[in-house]
Design a protein around this ligand. Sequence first.
Ligand code: HMG
Length: 360
Amino acid sequence: MKHGISALGLALPSRYLDVRDLATLRGVEPDKYTKGLGCHEIALCGPDEDAASLGAKAARRALERWGGDLGRIGLLAVGTETGADMSRPMSAFVADHLKLRGRMRSYEAKHACYGGTVALRQALEWRASGAHRGRAALVVATDVGLYAPADPGEATQGAGAVAFVLDDDALVASIDLESHAFASPAFDFWRPVGERFPRVEGPLSLDCYREAVEKTFGGWAGESSVQDALATLEAVAFHVPFPKMVKKAVLHLGATQGWDEGDTATFFETKVAPTMRWNRHMGNSYTAALWWSVACALVGRKPGDALGAFSYGSGFGSELSILRAGEAAAEALWQKDVEADLSARVRMDAAEYDAWRGSV
Ligand code: HMG
């Protein structure tokens, strides 16, 4: 049996800021944000929105597409680093919104931006183990990523959620049970208990991400070359803290593997850059960022097309998963979520954003 995603839903909050307006507010040259970091828009929450409500919005969309009986959900796992409570799991907050209760395992997975992948892979392994006894899993990755006002990371902020239902058909995509992980403890980005905003060692965080890419892809390729292994994939989605980070990581991979510069550029332009189309409207949604990129990469794919999904979370841990498009990728109904949320959201100007930051 194929194991993987039966239904998928996405969600964005109701407001956004153009990074050029942020640049004006902070007295920064706009090109630093748009060209230097590759950022465009920052998704922001309205007064009634938070990580739990965003996760529930994505979950409702995934559940509606799945169409099954809620009583068949036997596992609810939520990956997030926007912790609402030190003890009560985010899954309980999401379940409150969904009015979901019953004979199920419900928990939160935390490992910075890698937490969504941990939740998804654990649910996949639960399904593959047979422990599910015919029941489906609901997996949510949701975050609201804010830095302190005027922090160097402010232009990379974002918010968003993704939800998956894992059941018997893997209509959206199957996921290989074998995956390739790499972890190395670091303080590159962290948020001490009780602190509102993260602390970041910017240059170290870039080095850790690059090292994770090098070690994870190297481990996956094994005896063959990384370039040959990548040739088997139609697209490769990465965790997107900001789009330029992904380009830096690909350049690093090419350099350490001794690729021709033209080959590296072609790989990035054809197989990686197109996956970040939706991320540019959202910013860094932490646990959801990679899976938005995967959702974008799946659109219009033929059944069986293989994609890579590189997950990175500060601290740091990384994992490469291989997905194969299912029949629902051709129509990709989750595109409607992006279209609906982008057309409904309201742009904040610099003054509104500045006033709002005073309150969060
Ligand atoms: P900074 O240090 O202020 O920026 O913040 P900079 O001085 O390094 O400039 C950035 C780029 O803009 C440079 O390009 C400049 O040259 C360029 P590069 O040399 O790197 O190619 N630039 C310009 N370009 C055009 N026109 C101009 C101009 N001026 C400058 N006028 C930093 C950058 C990344 C440190 C900051 O944004 C930050 O702290 N971000 C948060 C940390 C982060 O995202 N790290 C990424 C890896 S860690 C990760 O992915 C995990 C994470 O998602 C969290 C989790 O796991 O939970 C963050």
